[in-house]
Design a protein. Structure first.
Lengths: 312, 250
């Protein structure tokens, strides 16, 4: 994965931006650009994604560096919000408003000529028109999420920031929203979607900006990320009845980098999980070892990203 | 203008929607209850005016104004709903003015409940059912004054309500009462300044509370006007300079 992204038409740009809160550095010297299409902002919890999105939208000031949306600093030029929208991660919504009022409220402040029609259209897109007259306080988490998306879409923004937009949504809603975000990207809008779930991002975005510990871990395509991940040694734990025999059989295999024998099994570092998966059963049979289980020890996205960062 | 009204209406509804608005309405009716109980025995206008000053104008209305103004932007910033207001193509000054107008309107409505019940209680006790211009002026000016001061304070400080309580019960109630030259630093006394100007003769409590302030409607409006302008300017600057959400995010 490369460190610099250079979309043809950069609509959102962040340059050497850092943000710290007291002693804690939330974002550290991040530089990257976003262009039309869907870009995933990927990273484990605490990676700095939300802080970066807040900086990009002007909700928080960078402690150093600067951000530009459509060529301007959003904090000094609020007019740019006519072309920009954010779906925040936070669950809080103005619960005293109905969904229709909530979306219309945004349409009115966006100075739309007919905010009611625009609100109706946006609510239909997210499938909430039937319950549009209910107060948001009565909505489920997934419904509130969709209401936020409707509010963000009411003024037809060119740039859309989505912070964990699938949180709380059910599988059917997820499919619908993922398709919607994809369509928005295909229409030439800049759609930036943050998520800590690689599978989610993979279904929405072609390009990924990966963050870990407030730093840019890498920028590139999903395929490049997958390639990078395939090179990472995976730590596996094998429970078996004769660990020393199995360890002896495994140590000679090229895809095994490290072996640690313990009483009930073997811990190994594998660089090629595909080959390991194909051969482990045969090896066990040949060595007369009874396998009980094979489980990953560090399958989390966080560990993967830590590896990527550590390798820089 | 449409943005200003929309923001003011949003803020007003948010503040009036809460259960605590109901609690504040009940609180604002306490002076009326006292007048009804005590005044019936004393049978005097003095009780009505004393209640109007001592409880309504000096304690209850300030508390309502502080809570509403502090919450108007402060709660939005801390519960992360401010983006629904601030990420809009609206001048920051319009945003600040709209929120202030909404907060003041909420205080006025809750205060009006108190003033209305006090009027009913006072009328029942004294038989005088005249509509007092003075209390209405006091209500308006006090609502504006506390709103103007505590809107930016609420944005800046998490414990703005505590700051407000200290201001009301320490600064205004003790210091500004003891040192007459500090009367001008007391927001509710600005309302009293206008209220007193509408009365032919000042009840004893008014004279003591006014300190070195001279009854004057014009002077009171000028002071509150300056506070409102400064408040909008300061809040506008805060919206430009400070984070719109509090917390270190992800």
């Amino acid at each position: 994965m490369s460190d610099v992204v250079t979309p043809t038409d950069v609509t959102v740009e962040v340059r050497e931006a850092s943000r710290w809160f007291g002693q804690k550095v939330a974002v550290s010297e991040v530089s990257c650009g976003f262009g039309p299409g869907v870009t995933g902002l990927l990273g484990p919890n605490g990676a700095g994604k939300t802080t970066l999105l807040r900086m990009l939208t002007g909700l928080v000031r960078p402690s150093a560096g600067d951000v530009r949306i459509l060529g301007v600093d959003p904090r000094s030029s609020p007019d740019v919000y006519r072309r920009v929208a954010l779906v925040p991660e936070d669950e809080h919504v103005p619960g005293f408003l109905t969904a229709m009022e909530f979306v219309k409220f945004n349409g009115t402040l966006q100075q739309l000529a007919d905010p009611v029609s625009a609100a109706r259209r946006a609510l239909e897109i997210v499938g909430l028109m039937d319950v549009a007259d209910r107060e948001l306080s009565t909505y489920s988490k997934g419904m509130r999420q969709r209401a936020k998306v409707a509010s963000a879409l009411v003024h037809d923004p060119e740039v859309l920031f989505l912070d964990e937009p699938l949180n709380g949504t059910d599988p059917v809603q997820r499919v619908h929203l993922i398709r919607l975000f994809g369509e928005l990207g295909e229409q030439g809008r800049t759609v930036i979607v943050s998520s800590h779930v690689l599978g989610e991002v993979e279904r929405m975005a072609d390009r990924v900006v990966a963050m870990v510990d407030g730093r840019l871990a890498g920028v590139g395509t999903i395929a490049a990320l997958r390639d990078a991940m395939s090179d990472i040694p995976r730590k596996l734990r094998i429970d078996c009845d004769r660990p020393r025999i199995l360890a002896g059989a495994l140590i000679s295999r090229g895809y095994v980098e490290g072996v640690d024998v313990w009483e009930g099994g073997v811990d190994i570092d594998v660089v090629d999980t595909d080959s390991f998966g194909r051969e482990i059963a045969t090896l066990a049979v040949q060595a007369d070892v009874r396998l009980v289980s094979v489980e990953p020890r560090d399958e989390s996205l966080e560990s993967t990203f830590r590896y990527l960062v550590g390798g820089r | 203008m449409r943005s200003f009204i929309t923001i003011a209406n949003y803020t007003f509804r948010k503040l009036m929607n809460r259960k605590r608005a109901m609690g504040m309405m009940l609180l604002s009716a306490v002076p009326a209850a006292i007048v009804a109980l005590v005044g019936r025995r004393s049978g005097s206008d003095e009780v009505f005016h004393s209640m109007a000053i001592a409880v309504s104008l000096a304690i209850i209305l300030p508390l309502i104004g502080i809570v509403n103004a502090s919450s108007a932007l402060g709660d939005e910033r801390r519960d992360h709903t401010l983006p629904y207001l601030s990420l809009k193509p609206v001048a920051r000054s319009v945003l600040a003015a709209g929120v202030l107008a909404g907060a003041v309107a909420a205080t006025l409505v809750i205060g009006a409940v108190g003033a209305g019940t006090l009027w009913i209680a006072g009328g029942a006790v004294s038989g005088d059912w005249g509509v007092g211009v003075g209390p209405a002026l006091g209500l308006l000016l006090v609502s504006l004054g506390y709103g103007a001061v505590f809107l930016p304070v609420g944005f800046m400080f998490k414990r703005s309500t505590l700051i407000g309580l200290l201001y009301v019960f320490f600064w205004e109630a003790i210091l500004a009462s003891a040192v007459t030259s500090l009367a001008a630093s007391s927001l509710w006394r600005i309302g009293l300044q206008a209220y007193a100007a509408t009365l032919d003769t000042l009840p004893r409590g008014f004279t003591e509370s006014l300190g070195n302030l001279t009854p004057s409607v014009g002077s009171a409006f000028v002071k509150v006007g300056v506070l409102v302008v400064v408040s909008i300017a300061l809040t506008t600057w805060l919206l430009r300079a400070r984070d719109h959400v509090v917390g270190d995010g992800d």
